[in-house]
Design a protein around this ligand. Structure first.
Ligand code: ASP
Length: 323
């Protein structure tokens, strides 16, 4: 009896130790809460490859779309905290969403083990090529006169394009018709095709189309111009200095990871962001790679808390102004 108990205790301890020591033993799913081809998906795929190499197991992307990214993040937050499900969140899912969803089933600051920031992504005001306005001022005029006949694309309530978009509308006093997509990848396709008029989106999605001349960029909402879009003026230069916003993408895991599993994920993301080709790709697309002070779980936890505090009042009043 005593021997049996000792053996089973030993096997439990062995299993626990083995899980921690040998993680990962099978592929890891990275939930991307938006459609393939959009910025969150692009950043996820850029880091997943070097993370897979660092972990010795494939990091497989699963796109789980809906409700401005909150469907995928809710599902991933409820997965077992064993390191086999992680997710690529962003400023919308982990900053803006609490202001706009009353029944949000996760708390960005409490339901996750943050792994680290993956990329900073400036916001660009982009429009279909055939819009006649030549600069931001002309565009704002057209937007105000056009009213509901102007169509603004976004990736769902609480997403980056939605929150930065409604903020833009409330600042300039525009009331366009909002057109929802499962991510700004598909929204961008429609913008290129001229089916929608404009959107505010993360640079990593729109930069190649701006450079290729298939869409227009009226301004970038950062204090400085982007080295990857040197011809695009800042909002300050273009006459709308009060519109300065930036977004980001970051890796999270469900709360409760064993400490060493978490450490392995943190190290793998760090290695991925130092990988020369991953870094080059993020920078080429206009994104930024986290500086030392911005990298890792503690900085991400602080970022999430400050983003929720920053966006909640701003968005509530922007949405009240333009329901
Ligand atoms: N950029 C998107 C957003 O507006 C989503 C995406 O990554 O497709 O939140």
């Amino acid at each position: 009896m005593r021997t049996a108990l000792a053996i089973s205790l030993l096997s439990v301890l062995a299993a626990f130790g083995a899980a921690a020591d040998t993680y990962p033993q099978r592929p890891i799913t990275m939930v991307v809460p938006f459609a393939a081809g959009g910025p969150t998906d692009v950043v996820a795929r850029i880091v997943a490859e070097p993370m897979s190499r660092a972990l010795g197991q494939q990091v497989v992307i699963e796109n789980v779309t809906g409700a401005g990214g909150t469907t995928g993040i809710t599902r991933a937050s409820q997965a077992s905290p064993d390191g086999y499900t992680i997710m690529m969140g962003h400023m919308g899912t982990h900053g803006a969403a609490p202001a706009l969803f009353k029944g949000l089933k996760y708390d960005p600051a409490k339901s996750f083990d943050p792994i680290g920031l993956a990329a900073g992504t400036p916001i660009v005001i982009v429009a279909k090529k055939s819009l006649p306005a030549e600069n931001l001022k002309g565009f704002i005029e057209a937007l105000k006169t056009g009213g509901a006949s102007m169509n603004q694309a976004h990736a769902g309530v609480g997403s980056v394009s939605h929150s930065t978009g409604v903020l833009f509308d409330s600042l300039v006093g525009a009331k366009p018709t909002l057109v929802v997509y499962r991510g700004t990848g598909p929204a961008l396709n429609d913008l290129v095709a001229g089916q929608v008029d404009f959107m505010t989106d993360q640079i990593v999605n729109v930069a190649p189309q701006i450079t290729g001349g298939t869409i227009k960029a009226y301004a970038i909402a950062t204090p400085e111009r982007s080295p990857s879009l040197p011809d695009v003026p800042t909002t300050k230069e273009a006459g709308l200095p009060e519109y300065e916003v930036s977004a980001w993408n970051a890796v999270f895991a469900p709360k409760g990871l064993p400490a060493d599993v978490r450490a392995k994920l943190v190290a793998a993301l760090d290695t991925a962001l130092k990988d020369p080709s991953a870094k080059k790709r993020i920078l080429e697309l206009g994104g930024t790679v986290p500086k030392e002070a911005e990298a890792g779980p503690d900085a991400l936890q602080k970022l999430v808390e400050s983003e929720v505090a920053r966006w909640t009042p701003v968005l509530r009043s922007a949405v009240d102004a333009n329901p």
